[in-house]
Each structure stands twice: as C-alpha cells, then as structure tokens.
Design a protein around this ligand. Structure first.
Ligand SMILES: [Zn+2]
Length: 95
C-alpha cells in the first residue's frame, strides 16, 4: 500500500506482533516514519492493538511525513488531539 502525504509517497507496511525491522524499529515500538529523503521511504504501523491506538499511531507517523521538522512532542500531542476528535465525530455520526 502507498500513502500520499503532502505530495510525497510513502510505502505503508503493517507489522505483526513481535515483528521488528532490523536497524529501524524494535518489536516493542508502535510505528515509524522514515525520513522523506530515504529512497523507498516507508511508514511502519504495528497491527496488534485496539483500532483507536492504531489510528493514533498512523496519524502520528503521517504527521512526521507531512512535516519532518516538527518535534516529537508536537507530533504526539497533535496526533492525540486528531485521533480523539475523529473518534468523537464518528460517534456523533453514528447516532
Ligand atoms: Zn514520532
């Protein structure tokens, strides 16, 4: 699967429980976005947790892809806010 973020394409790879990406991602980590200058840049997302946590990780990694200069603190907080708001809106739409 490919994800387009702010005009650039990343490969997206699901990781199974306990799966690591040697030299890049530990088996305990939730996700990773490779730098926009990496050839074949990839976003890795672990597929073993509740959907809301996986959504948060996906948004988090896509925010890194959208603006690599943002701090981990900014990405973490914005991803949490966006995830919470998306879940809130979906609950409202389903009523
Ligand atoms: Zn991050």
């Amino acid at each position: 699967m490919r994800l387009k973020v702010f005009g650039k394409l990343w490969r997206m790879v699901w990781l199974a429980k306990g799966e690591a990406v040697p030299g890049k991602l530990l088996a305990s980590e939730k996700g990773l976005c490779e730098s926009p200058d990496v050839v074949g840049k990839t976003i890795y997302i672990r597929d073993e947790r509740p959907d809301a946590e996986t959504l948060d990780t996906l948004i988090h990694e896509m925010l890194h892809a959208a603006d690599w200069s943002k701090s981990e603190f900014w990405v973490h907080d914005v991803a949490n806010d966006l995830t919470r708001n998306i879940l809130k809106v979906f609950r409202i739409e389903r009523l």
